[in-house]
Structures are given as structure tokens and as C-alpha cells.
Design a binder for this molecule. Structure first.
Ligand SMILES: C[S@@+](CC[C@H](N)C(=O)[O-])C[C@H]1O[C@@H](n2cnc3c(N)ncnc32)[C@H](O)[C@@H]1O
Length: 386
């Protein structure tokens, strides 16, 4: 049996074992650790095959898994593939063709608008068809260059021959899989942060700049939004919290690398009263809430296959509890910044409507259409307390 059929058989066996209970990346890591026979080249090819398979969501491809693996590989790759060269050389020759051309070559009735089938649940302003089709492409890795380091970072990337595209004065797009941590002083000179996440900084310009703001980042994770806010204002009275201790440890390490020394941090469940935070005392609450992550599924395409819509309601309920509890902390005339990386209306506009019913006025709402830039799709709304 050729090496290429053996890749397909391995990918098939892995797909049959995987049930979506944990992230595919973690499952593959464990699988390859306990199956030592695969070299790094094999692991790369098999993983790519499997990711392409899930990029087609639940689309039915006539024939067996092998047929779907090869169709996925052809549609979702834009560089020549050794497996296609061996098994479908005519397709490999057209690997850089447009999607409609590729679909015509496959002569399979594949409707890519159904890769993400939950069109009726999307937030306003998200175009269902281009969003759905965007999942066939792997997104870029984006970095945000911190103030004063543009020349340092771009010079090192050029010296190390790392290709990049300039998206803005602070944002660079790099090929996914770039080991950026080996090339630059991560967190000191630049942070890994998606393009859309970086766009949220546009809302910071609408905040008062006349005195250091008292800020509470109530779902801080490893601090991506807080570091960006710090870079914007340079001076803040900053408090960060999260329900997970381990992620706060990451945050403290990142803040140390980023040179952010003055801040308060503690573990807190944002659905309950938080003793450290008094009602009506905060200028800005950032609530980058736990969500379905449906705007990021081109990074985790297994979700297109395994996601159950019942989970939207669970997230909606949790977000509602977080919003109602944490918004009490905002002082009169202060601000609430609500953020998700979800595309579902129930997690986005519905929560904003709830804030509006509880004494907040909408300042600006952004649907960040990352699917147009091979980035994540996000939702961000700034509200002001009446
Ligand atoms: C989308 S992430 C935040 C990302 C972060 N703001 C950033 O920019 O890197 C959501 C975070 O909410 C936290 N979380 C989930 N449930 C929570 C709760 N009940 N209270 C507080 N934090 C919670 C999760 O642990 C997770 O770190």
C-alpha cells in the first residue's frame, strides 16, 4: 500500500475514534504521542487531512470517508498536496483555482453555504453565505505590535525570513503555524491577537481620556483585552478577574512580560456578587464573556460537525447572569463593553437589549466580520449607564 493510502487510512481511523468531546488539536496530540510510529511529516499530513474533513461541516459527500477526505483536501488547500499529487494529480494541478472552479471539477453537488447551516440564528449584518463558505480556509495568525515596537518587530521578521502582511499600523498577518514565540519577545514587543479582537480598540477611542479610568475586566482570561486597553491609555486603575485560577496565572506571567505591574487580580465567579467590587464604582466594565466561540470555528472546524444548538441557550443564560450581575458595578455615566466571539444573535444583540432594559444606552455596536479577512468574527458593543 502506498504511503498516501496509509495516510488516508490513518486519518479515517482517527476520525472514527474522535467524538468531539475534547478539542481536536488536543485529541490529535494525545493520539500521536501514544502512536509513536508517525514521524513529524506524517503527523502534519494526516492532521491536515482531518482538519480539511471537518472544514466541510456536516455536508454529505457521496461515497465513503476517503472520498470526503480527498474532496476536503482539494477544496480546503491552496498549496500543492503530495497526497493529491499521488492520487488525484489533475486536481493537484488546479489547487490554486477558485472555489467555484474546484467545485465544478469535483462535479459533486456540494453546497458550501451549508457548511455553517444555522443561518436563521445569525446576528444581523453577518452575511450567511460568505461566512459559511469562509470555513474552508484556515485563518491567519495575527499579531498586534505594542506601542513603539513596529520597527523592531518587522525588522526581526524580515531578518528571520518570516513572511507577513501588514494589515494596519499595529496588525500583521502571518501564515498559520508560524512559531512566532521563537522569533520575537512575545508580549513585550507584540502579542498574538486576532485581527477582529484588535478592532475592538476602535471603541476605546469613545471613552473619556481626561483621567485614569477605573476598569474591571470581569472575564479576563489571559488578559488580551486588558493589555490592549493598557496600550491605548498607558495609565489605568485596573482590576482583572476570571473564574479559572490557571488562566489568571497565565495572565500574571503575560502582564509581567508586557511590563504591566500595577493591577489587582483575583478569582471570581461573575454570576455572583464579587466582594472586591462595590456597586456603582467602576468607570468601565469589560465583559468578554464565555460564548459558543462560533465566530472562531474556522480555527476549530470540528465544531461545525459536533456543535449542538441546544448549547446556545446554555451560553445565553450564563451571559445573561454575568451581564445582570457585573453591570451593577458601573457608576452612573460609566461604560460597559460587551464582547463575544459568537455569531449567534442570542449571544449578541439579545444581551445588548437586556442591558438597554437595565439602564444602559447604546454608544456603538460592531459586528467584526473577520470572515472577510481570514480572521475570527466577533461582536462588540459599548454602552453607557444612564
Ligand atoms: C472569551 S474568554 C475572555 C478572553 C479575554 N478577555 C482575552 O481577551 O483574552 C472568556 C473567559 O471567561 C471566563 N469565565 C467563564 N465563566 C465565567 C464566570 N462565571 N465568571 C468569570 N469568568 C468566567 C473563562 O474562564 C474565560 O477565560
Amino acid at each position: 500500500m502506498s504511503r498516501f493510502y496509509s495516510y488516508i487510512n490513518s486519518a479515517t481511523a482517527i476520525i472514527q475514534q474522535y467524538n468531539g468531546a475534547e478539542p481536536l488539536a488536543a485529541f490529535l496530540k494525545k493520539y500521536f504521542t501514544s502512536n509513536k510510529k508517525y514521524g513529524s511529516k506524517d503527523r502534519k499530513q494526516i492532521s491536515h487531512l482531518i482538519y480539511c474533513y471537518y472544514r466541510l461541516g456536516k455536508l454529505v459527500v457521496e461515497g465513503d470517508i476517503q472520498e470526503r477526505l480527498l474532496a476536503g483536501l482539494f477544496l480546503c488547500s491552496n498549496q500543492p498536496q503530495p497526497i493529491l499529487e499521488a492520487l488525484r494529480p489533475e486536481q493537484n494541478q488546479h489547487i490554486a483555482a477558485s472555489l467555484p472552479e474546484k467545485l465544478a471539477m469535483l462535479s459533486l453537488p456540494l453546497d458550501l453555504s451549508q457548511v455553517f447551516p444555522w443561518h436563521d440564528q445569525l446576528s444581523d449584518l453577518i452575511d450567511a453565505v460568505p461566512f459559511s463558505v469562509s470555513h474552508v480556509r484556515q485563518p491567519y495568525l495575527f499579531i498586534r505590535i505594542r506601542p513603539g515596537y513596529y520597527k523592531t518587530v518587522t525588522t526581526v521578521l524580515q531578518q528571520q525570513q518570516v513572511p507577513f502582511t501588514v494589515m494596519s499600523e499595529t496588525c500583521l498577518a502571518l501564515p498559520n503555524g508560524t512559531r512566532i514565540e521563537d522569533v520575537i519577545s512575545l508580549n513585550k514587543t507584540a502579542v498574538v491577537q486576532d485581527y477582529s479582537s484588535q478592532q475592538v480598540a476602535g471603541l476605546f477611542t469613545l471613552l473619556p481620556h481626561n483621567k485614569p479610568l477605573k476598569v474591571w475586566d470581569c472575564c479576563a482570561a489571559s488578559g488580551g483585552k486588558s493589555i490592549m486597553l493598557w496600550d491605548h491609555f498607558m495609565q489605568l486603575d485596573l482590576t482583572v478577574s476570571d473564574i479559572r485560577a490557571s488562566i489568571l496565572t497565565n495572565l500574571r506571567n503575560r502582564f509581567a512580560e508586557a511590563g504591566i505591574k500595577q493591577f489587582n487580580s483575583f478569582i471570581a465567579n461573575a454570576v455572583e456578587p464579587v466582594p472586591q467590587i462595590k456597586d456603582g464604582t467602576i468607570d468601565l466594565v469589560i465583559a468578554d464573556v464565555p460564548c459558543s466561540g462560533s465566530g472562531t470555528w474556522s480555527r476549530t472546524p470540528e465544531q461545525l460537525y459536533y456543535f449542538e444548538t441546544g448549547k446556545i441557550g446554555e451560553f445565553q443564560k450564563l451571559q445573561q447572569q454575568i451581564v445582570l450581575q457585573t453591570s451593577k458595578a458601573v457608576k452612573a455615566g460609566g461604560y460597559y463593553l460587551y464582547i463575544t466571539c459568537s455569531v449567534f444573535k442570542a449571544e449578541n444583540e439579545t444581551q445588548v437589549a437586556l442591558l438597554q432594559e437595565h439602564g444602559f444606552t447604546l454608544v456603538e455596536q460592531q459586528v467584526l466580520k473577520g470572515y472577510e479577512q481570514q480572521a475570527d468574527t466577533m461582536f462588540a458593543t459599548l454602552l453607557k449607564k444612564n
